[in-house]
Design a protein around this ligand. Structure first.
Ligand SMILES: NC(=O)c1ccc[n+]([C@@H]2O[C@H](COP(=O)([O-])OP(=O)(O)OC[C@H]3O[C@@H](n4cnc5c(N)ncnc54)[C@H](O)[C@@H]3O)[C@@H](O)[C@H]2O)c1
Length: 347
């Protein structure tokens, strides 16, 4: 099997999941890591037989690395992707892709210019139940959608927000629960139900001492008048498993994502059925997460590079949830509905 050599930039919570995903990818090999903390960096590198760099640009200068994965605070995704593209490395960037659609566009264009592949981690799209759902939507099994919702009603402690200086800040996290936690459900919602044409949102800081929102509601209006709702909070102790609902003219499906359960209800023939799979949920704690969906996404990314095709979640796909996130923040700030696609000239 041909080797595919990775570097990981940022060694915090999610990095061990990336190591497991690299190990689970045929040919995958971790060559180097970059993180500024020497103690943690050296220990992590030694544990995995990799080299450690304090400055990620030194990692990028190595000629024996095919791709880097970005496990850094959100505001670093743009500059690190630009630098990686310039050094000819493929990039697999953790969600959210960036802070704004304008940043996403810069990343997409830089990788296009460099001829490198850009992928964005949304492992939720690789979970077996989500794959089943997508196939059902592609064959219009629910008929016309009339009502959809995405619920991320979670809890995070004050300690969580104090666990990194970037958390809870506009400059580095780019927002709160919407851009960080709820973006997984927002991505699935837009992947399955498409882009709404109007967003009307409220965002509040209800429970934590942070400058960004820990609670938001967004009313979505789709072409044809159908409706949708996004609920997002990290202020709801102890947190409920996330859930998406899709009601159509021929039936409905409730995706209990956090519990690994799909509930199908069809009108004709009248039928109710439940499909179950293994699940993990970040409802109460951020790292209640297994590596299997990440591994499936890493495998797709490596195959995409080898086959010179876009990965299943490329930059254009990663940008779609950011457009919704940006619309939510803009609507909440203006206290007015925001039309999509976003007019990038309006701030
Ligand atoms: N897909 C998922 O389910 C999932 C889960 C958790 C986190 N994430 C995402 O992963 C990313 C990282 O989150 P986290 O919780 O691991 O954060 P974290 O704070 O635990 O880790 C961030 C790491 O980045 C490093 N870093 C910061 N600035 C750096 C720089 N200039 N150069 C090199 N390293 C630098 C920090 O030292 C730290 O090691 C975020 O985008 C987050 O949204 C995704």
């Amino acid at each position: 099997m041909q080797r595919f050599r990775f570097g990981i930039i940022g060694i915090g919570n999610i990095a061990p999941v990336h190591v497991a995903a690299i190990q689970g990818t045929p040919g995958g090999e971790l060559v180097a890591i970059a993180t500024r903390n020497p103690e943690r960096g050296k220990a992590f590198a030694d544990q995995h037989g990799a080299a450690w760099y304090a400055d990620y640009r030194e990692l990028l200068a190595r000629s024996d690395i095919d791709a880097v994965t970005l496990c850094t605070p959100h505001d670093l995704h743009l500059p690190m992707t630009l630098a990686a593209a310039e050094s000819g490395k493929h990039v697999l960037c953790e969600k959210p892709m960036a802070l704004t659609v304008a940043e996403c566009d810069e990343m997409i264009q830089a990788c296009q210019r460099a001829g490198t592949t850009l992928g964005v981690v949304f492992q939720g799209r690789f979970e077996p139940l989500a794959v089943q759902l997508k196939a059902a939507f592609d064959t219009h099994q629910l008929g016309e959608l009339v009502w959809v919702s995405a619920n991320t009603v979670w809890y995070r402690s004050d300690e969580y927000y104090k666990s990194g200086p970037w958390r809870g800040t506009w400059a580095h996290e780019g927002g709160g629960v919407v851009i960080n936690q709820a973006i997984h459900a927002i991505d699935l919602l837009q992947w399955l139900a498409g882009r709404p044409r109007r967003v009307t949102a409220k965002a509040r800081t209800l429970h934590h001492s942070i400058e960004v929102e820990d609670a938001a509601l967004a009313l979505l209006e789709y072409p044809g008048g159908r409706l949708g709702l996004i609920q997002a909070t990290t202020a709801a102790f102890p947190g409920s498993p996330e859930r998406l609902e899709f009601y159509g003219t021929r039936g409905s499906v409730i995706y209990h994502k956090g519990q690994g359960r799909l509930e199908w209800h069809t009108v004709e023939p009248r039928e109710d059925r439940v499909v179950e799979a293994a699940a993990s949920s970040g409802a109460a704690a951020p790292m209640d997460l297994t590596a299997s969906a990440h591994t499936a996404q890493f495998q797709d990314f490596v195959e995409a590079v080898r086959d010179t095709r876009p990965p299943r979640v490329d930059g254009r796909e990663g940008r779609k949830s950011i457009e919704l996130v940006e619309a939510i923040y803009r609507s909440a700030r203006l206290d007015a509905p925001v039309e999509l696609p976003l007019d990038r000239n309006v701030v």
